[in-house]
Design a protein around this ligand. Structure first.
Ligand code: C2E
Ligand code: MG
Ligand code: MG
Ligand code: MG
Length: 291
């Protein structure tokens, strides 16, 4: 911290861009330390719900960084930083290990047996030994690959550095991992890949959900995507559902799954547990008292 103080002292002599760059470097160093120590990083989980009956059918793992001075830093801020400074693979590996450990603990602990979905960055596909990492983590915790879903954005699919990723996706899917396209509709992609790539789900970006049901264009896009996905045999997860009116629109148009603040915010694992373990044990009590 004395070091950082020294840097601040120099600020007035530097062009502002460099100061910003300097602060970024400090953040990168902090992130490197956080990765080495591990205790500032945490996975939050957001539940996904089947619209038909409200059942929880999956959980997305969302990375959180509790910075000692800055407080909670958003993944939208530190993930791009990690990508630019060569930390993304290590960060991604940490996420995989933690998510699989959580899966195993929930599996043994009586939680509903639904998949955990992790976000995979392009760089994990390009630089990392992703397949091996996944396999090792799953083997260590004796979990099946079908319980660990992979979310990739359209930009990942189209990242030229990754080469033709379809054989790699085929391999991951052959192992059993379900695969989802995240933020669907926001990338500059053609729809040809929907035909070509092995995909199970589309996560419709919340940009299309936000103004439902009033916005005529968004309503048209969402209902068209739902119809298309059904024809292609893909499940749709509507992201960012916040209101009852949005939910009603999605129900009316046959959307199978939703994720959003209306149902639950991203929460620490213990908060999820408190809710679902209680529900499971009271259901068990009820069924044992009636038999
Ligand atoms: P994402 O994968 O699209 O995750 C969904 C984001 O939408 C989360 O933001 C979540 O908190 C937010 N969200 C969910 N429901 C609602 C809602 O009803 N309203 C609004 N306004 N927002 C909602 P979060 O946690 O800040 O994550 C942002 C992004 O950071 C993620 O977007 C993902 O791209 C990235 N990210 C998070 N964790 C990881 C990770 O472990 N690895 C990688 N590579 N990226 C991650
Ligand atoms: Mg995601
Ligand atoms: Mg998303
Ligand atoms: Mg997003």
């Amino acid at each position: 911290s004395a070091k950082r103080h020294g840097r601040n002292h120099d600020r007035r002599f530097r062009p502002s861009l460099e100061v910003a760059g300097d602060r970024q470097l400090a953040m990168v160093n902090d992130l490197r330390r956080a990765l080495a120590q591990g205790d500032q990083l945490e996975l939050y989980y957001q539940t996904q719900h089947r619209l038909k009956d409200g059942d929880m059918v999956g959980l997305e793992a969302l990375l959180r960084w509790r910075h000692p001075e800055l407080g909670m830093v958003s993944p939208g801020d530190f993930i791009p930083l990690a990508e630019r400074h060569g930390l993304m693979t290590a960060l991604g590996n940490w996420v995989i290990e933690r998510a699989v450990a959580q899966l195993a603990s929930w599996y043994a602990g009586g939680m509903p047996r639904v998949p955990i979905w992790v976000n995979i960055s392009a760089l994990q596909l390009i630089q990392g030994d992703l397949e091996a990492r996944l396999a090792t983590a799953l083997a260590r915790h004796r979990m099946p690959a079908r319980m660990l879903g992979l979310e990739l954005t359209e930009s990942v699919l189209l990242d030229e550095r990754a080469g033709d990723i379809s054989p790699r996706l085929e391999a991951l899917r052959a192992k059993g991992h379900p695969i989802a396209i995240d933020d669907f509709g926001t990338g500059y992609s053609s729809m040809a890949y929907l035909k070509r790539l092995p995909i199970d789900k589309l996560k419709l970006d919340r940009a299309f959900i936000r103004a439902l049901p009033e916005d005529v264009a968004d309503a048209a896009i969402v209902s068209a995507v739902l119809a298309m996905a059904e024809g292609l045999g893909l499940e749709v997860v509507a992201e960012g559902v916040e209101t009852q009116a949005q939910r009603d629109f999605l129900v009316a148009h046959g959307c199978p799954i939703t994720q959003g603040f209306l149902f639950a915010r991203p929460e620490p694992a213990e908060a999820i547990e408190a809710r679902y373990l209680k529900a499971a044990s009271s259901a068990a009590l009820k069924s044992s008292s009636t038999t």
